[in-house]
Design a protein around this ligand. Sequence first.
Ligand SMILES: [Zn+2]
Length: 314
Amino acid sequence: MTYALTLSGIYGDVLHECVSCGGEKISYWRQKNYQYTQSANHKEFHIYRCASCGTGFLNRPPHTQWLQAIYQYSGQALTQAITLEEVLAREAEFPNCKVDADRMGHQADQFNRSGYARALDIGSGFGFYTQALRKFGYQTVSINPGKYENEVFRRLNGDEPLAVMFENYKPAEQFGVVMMSQVLEHLLEPCHAISKVSGLLTPGGVLACAVPNYNSFLVKLMGTRDNACLWVPEHVNYFTEKGLKVLVERNGFLVVKVEQVTRIPFNALSKRLRLKGRSAAIADGLVKVLQIPFAGLMQFFGMGIYINLYAVKR
Ligand SMILES: [Zn+2]
């Protein structure tokens, strides 16, 4: 990971207001260090928190050049190429991306009253969201900077996404649906990004977005050891439901649905306890069954792992 070494130490500007609501009551929350692979060096990051909406963010964040250098290979921490077969095998074992893509594509389509069957998939990853949108009859444009993911995308969907960062994307057309799954937490200036998305949607069009939940039970239990949400420095923003709602509302959207999603790989416990054979199988079975009421309970308290939000352009 030479990018980290060559571009280490490049921080962005100091932030004086919340990245979601624009509030000025922000204060230091915790520090998290980023350890370079095979290196004794670490980089220090400070997480700030907004007193008004609860959103967290890195302050100072990494410089945009540093993030771009990371994402040219992968947005998902892949350190080497991966094949479509490996991705599909993973999905067969723990149905994850594909299930989310089908659900979000379906919901977005239901809420889309614009009459436009054109969709933009920002941060298209392995391509499951684009695949789902096409299944629902959409013409799609996909953008994603990571070349490892884009190769899988090409094998899955037959074409290639535009390999650009959203900040540098200059669209020539408008859309009825914009999909942003696991993207906003990566973007410096998320308000700027949502304002751009708002300009890309025709009235009645839908923004569907998914982000990790800063109020999740994982963050509450593990603090800064959590890497689902607090994955530093790739994730620069940590959203709460309240913060995410305010962020889209102040950019011309009406929030029509918010839900939480919690999915725990069923072998998480047996791996953690290093179980083998029969005991591993029993632990896996327990997690499979018990995670359903557990996820329901956590989501009831607003502590699910992911937030899904759908908002209509006014
Ligand atoms: Zn705020």
